[in-house]
Design a protein around this ligand. Structure first.
Ligand code: BES
Ligand code: ZN
Ligand code: ZN
Length: 466
């Protein structure tokens, strides 16, 4: 369901967002019964607290939401969402201009209201879930359609990741991109099966050939003028590890191995919905890393589109292989910026955990622009190094490159260095994301999640000179 703010109604409950330090001054202007109610219910204005003050003689009902202190907010991403999830059924209208309530700048207000919509997300494909009780009327000063578009992008990303591989194989992922392209009048081309060999995309074919659904490269174009941005997303719809089979515990969540694709599609949706003046290209190698008699093997030496040979040390390091050919193709289009997103390594998860989106770039200004927009967007990122001295780790004896250096040092960095070899001269940024929220937090239910897309979207004017 599309995320929407509630239409204005006369029965809306006024909602006051109050910092902890403001509560006493705010209360001093209120009638005694209301003061008593707040005290009785232990409402202190702590971040994420919520309190409904029922109607009484001569008073309409109102609601309070705690905005806490700066230190409390540092420990969360979304504050209003925490309160929204606790409020009883009803339609709420934020009173942003009244005395002694939290003063949010435009960005903070937008992010807090976005959090409300993100809290309303439910994954209902297989089972109905009760909708959130409380809905929000967008404050008048908010660009509501823009916030709804950000939420719709995140909903798309979550739905794609949450859908199990049986219903989100390469073919269904292609259908989703076809539908997205149709919605925004983008053009789309797909190269699948043996045509991949014909088109010189051998690594995508090799990784995906053992699966029942044929591997494919999805190539979407949108926009006819402006700087060229190419997004490349890892679309491994299920990662068994291949012949280097993953143990059960590691395989359990691998429906999310198309999280990079789900994220770049979310970002593409933001860009297209906003009508940014750019030329967007989205490349998704969509495959299943499966096991069969024709699966690729450890020890095989594969050729790539770029002509570099790759020795397979581990068939579970498949993401960098499919991305390699896609990145070469991206580079051939001479874009102004290439961004890849991928659930590429377990090492990234160990290094920064599920909350931070680790990214690589050689351009300090790009890193600074991205980092600047991450905070206000509640979409934290962390820069990692393309550490050139580790290049030797990805150089084996009998081929140009090794897909899985032994030793296991700096696994996320060596994977990023591997990808950079294929991005050519393009200005390149790469995200090694986790794509999953393991335990629920306000506005972030357990399950598939976008990482870095809102930060990127907000940074695009700086990154592309718009
Ligand atoms: N899809 C996995 C990476 C992954 C695992 C991401 C768990 C998030 C959570 C990837 O294809 C993989 O298996 N990578 C290997 C590479 C290794 C064999 C060099 C890894 O990280 O262990
Ligand atoms: Zn793998
Ligand atoms: Zn993988």
């Amino acid at each position: 369901m599309a995320p929407r703010f509630a239409p204005a109604t006369e029965t809306a409950v006024s909602l006051y967002l109050i910092e902890q330090d403001q509560l006493q001054s705010w209360l001093s202007d209120q009638p005694a019964p209301l003061q008593d109610w707040v005290a009785t219910n232990d409402f202190t204005g702590g971040a994420g607290q919520a309190l409904l003050v029922p109607a009484s003689d001569g008073f309409a009902p109102i609601a309070l939401a705690g905005y806490g202190t700066a230190a409390q907010r540092m420990r969360k991403r979304f504050t209003l969402a925490g309160a929204a999830e606790k409020l009883p059924k009803g339609c709420y209208q934020l009173q942003t201009g009244s005395p002694n309530v939290a003063q949010l700048d435009a960005e903070a207000l937008s992010t807090e209201c976005l959090g409300w919509l993100l809290s309303q997300y439910r994954f209902t494909r297989y089972k109905n879930a009760a909708p959130m009780a409380a809905s929000l009327i967008a404050p008048a000063e908010l660009d509501a359609p823009a916030v709804e578009a950000l939420a719709a992008a995140e909903y798309l990303t979550r739905d794609l990741i949450n859908t199990p591989a049986a219903d989100m194989g390469p073919a269904q992922l292609e259908e989703v991109v076809q539908a997205l392209a149709a919605e925004f009048e983008a053009s789309i081309g797909v190269i699948g099966g043996a045509d991949l060999l014909e088109a010189n995309l051998p690594l995508i074919h090799t990784v995906g050939r053992a699966a029942e659904q044929t591997p494919r490269l999805i190539d979407m174009h949108w926009g006819s003028s402006g700087p060229k941005l190419t997004l490349v997303g890892k679309g491994v719809c299920f990662d068994t590890g291949g012949l280097n089979l993953k143990p059960g515990a590691s395989m359990g969540l691998m429906k999310k191995d198309m999280g990079g694709a789900a994220n770049v599609l979310g970002l593409a949706r933001m860009i297209m919905a906003a009508g940014l003046p750019i030329q967007l290209r989205v490349l998704i190698p969509a495959v299943e890393n499966s096991v069969s008699g024709n699966a690729f093997r450890p020890g095989d030496v594969l050729n790539s589109r770029k002509g570099l040979t790759v020795e397979i040390n581990n068939t579970d390091a498949e993401g960098r292989l499919v991305l390699a050919d896609a990145l070469t193709l991206a580079d051939e289009g001479e874009p102004d910026l290439v961004i890849s997103m991928a659930t590429l390594t377990g090492a990234a998860r160990v290094a920064v955990g599920p909350d931070l989106a680790p990214f690589y770039t050689d351009h300090d200004a790009d890193a600074a622009a991205l980092t600047r927009s991450a905070g206000p967007q509640a979409d934290p990122v962390w820069r990692m190094p393309f550490h050139a001295p580790y290049e030797s780790m990805i150089e084996p004896g009998i081929a140009d490159l090794d897909n899985a250096p032994s030793g296991g040092f700096a696994g996320s960095i060596t994977a990023a260095l591997f990808l950079r070899r294929f991005a050519g001269d393009s200005r390149y940024m790469h995200f090694d994301i986790y794509g999953w929220t393991p335990s629920a937090a306000p506005a972030r239910p357990k399950g598939g999640t976008g990482q870095g897309c809102r930060a990127l979207f907000a940074a695009l004017p700086a990154l592309l000179g718009l």
